[in-house]
Design a protein around this ligand. Structure first.
Ligand code: NAD
Length: 341
């Protein structure tokens, strides 16, 4: 763990704050909830359980003891409802907004619903946060705002050209956050996550869901199925690093509105990724025979390369990713192997 992050976790434990986490029952939200409760914070979670799971919350709450559970309250509701957001923001010092329609294909099928949840919903959270006087709003943007920009590595001040309603909704949120911050004086921080992976990730989710899918297939002795020749690259980032970015973004002194990339700043091809999974299989399966990956046709619309430039978040927030892709994959494979043994 980076020393800056470690110090921040210690300092917030000494002076606990009240947090609102929207999307707390989701993949990333449940990890943030666990970290905040372990650090002695008071957390209100708001989630409509549309893609999030009650089981994620149960898992987190089982790990924080009676005293930790007493510092959590769940509001089951929709971020688009003003009264729900007002109740959720009551007494909050910090808001971390993660709730969203997260599926790019679904956003292409239902662009209006995507806009309603991701943009109208965000505005509803902003209005309630302002009325209750929160200190800071951290919200999830996405590398999808870059679309098919070819300026690698992708920098925050580079070209943005989203190719889906999902990417466009996240870009709209960034514009609203900037206008909101100027008008209200409340600092906002948008985090453009790259391909996040880790425990509790839905295998039917976004691009990084190749990781849980391939891990499950490999542990069954089946091949990884790769779309295209496997040379496409992504900046895969373990969820622990994303939680670090959220906490730094909420606590480090900042004014105005800010945007940061969150990734490792490196890239890995799908061929390399499948090789790493196979390399960790030894000792986890009875047989050492592992089938070679199967290559299918490339998917229309898939971005070929993606890599974050993370120099801004490193220099301005002291972000130091602590989990490598290989370590994260090995940890996930052990969890999955234990589950099925
Ligand atoms: P997730 O689907 O696991 O979590 C989203 C949560 O929001 C779910 O619990 C869902 O039930 C909740 N939600 C959705 N609509 C809601 C509504 N109208 N009202 C209340 N709650 C609602 O997804 P995730 O991967 O944890 O993503 C969290 C955030 O990070 C999202 O904003 C997503 O766009 C962003 N993001 C994720 C990735 C990634 O690789 N996972 C990459 C870029 C950005």
């Amino acid at each position: 763990m980076s020393s800056n992050y470690e110090n921040i976790l210690k300092s917030i434990a000494r002076t606990p704050r009240r947090w609102l986490v929207t999307g707390c029952a989701g993949f990333i939200g449940s990890h943030l909830l666990a970290t905040l409760l372990r650090a002695g914070q008071h957390v209100t979670g708001l989630d409509d359980l549309s893609s999030g799971k009650r089981g994620n919350l149960d898992e987190v709450l089982a790990g924080v003891g009676e005293e930790g559970r007493a510092r959590f309250r769940l509001i089951e509701g929709d971020i688009r409802e003003a009264s729900v957001c007002r109740e959720a923001c009551r007494d909050a010092d910090m808001v971390v907004h993660l709730a969203a329609m997260v599926s790019v294909p679904l956003s292409l099928q239902e662009p209006e619903r995507c806009h309603s949840i991701n943009v109208d919903g965000f505005l509803s959270v902003l209005a309630a946060a302002r009325a209750s006087g929160v200190q800071r709003i951290v919200y999830a943007s996405s590398s999808a705002v870059y679309g098919d920009s070819s300026e690698m590595p992708l920098r925050e001040d580079g070209v943005v050209q989203p190719t889906s309603p999902y990417g466009a909704s996240k870009l709209a949120d960034e514009s609203h956050a900037e206008a909101f911050s100027r008008d209200s004086g409340i600092a906002t921080v948008g985090l453009r996550y790259f391909n996040v992976f880790g425990p509790r990730q839905d295998a039917d989710g976004g691009y990084a869901a190749v990781i849980p899918k391939w891990i499950a297939a490999s542990l069954r002795g089946e091949p990884c199925r790769i779309h295209g020749d496997g040379s496409s690259t992504r900046d895969f980032c373990h969820v622990a690093n994303v939680i670090q970015a959220n906490i730094l973004a909420a606590i480090e002194p900042l004014r105005g509105s800010h945007i940061f990339n969150v990734g490792l700043g490196s890239y890995m091809s799908l061929n390399e990724l499948s090789a790493i999974i196979v390399s960790h299989l030894h000792g986890m399966r009875p047989s050492d025979e592992h089938p070679n990956p199967i290559h299918g046709s490339a998917r229309l619309g898939d971005i070929v390369h993606s890599q974050a430039d993370v120099s801004k978040i490193r220099s301005q927030l002291g972000f130091e990713p602590s989990v490598t892709v290989s370590e994260g994959i090995e940890q996930l494979m052990r969890i999955r192997a234990d589950e099925i043994s």
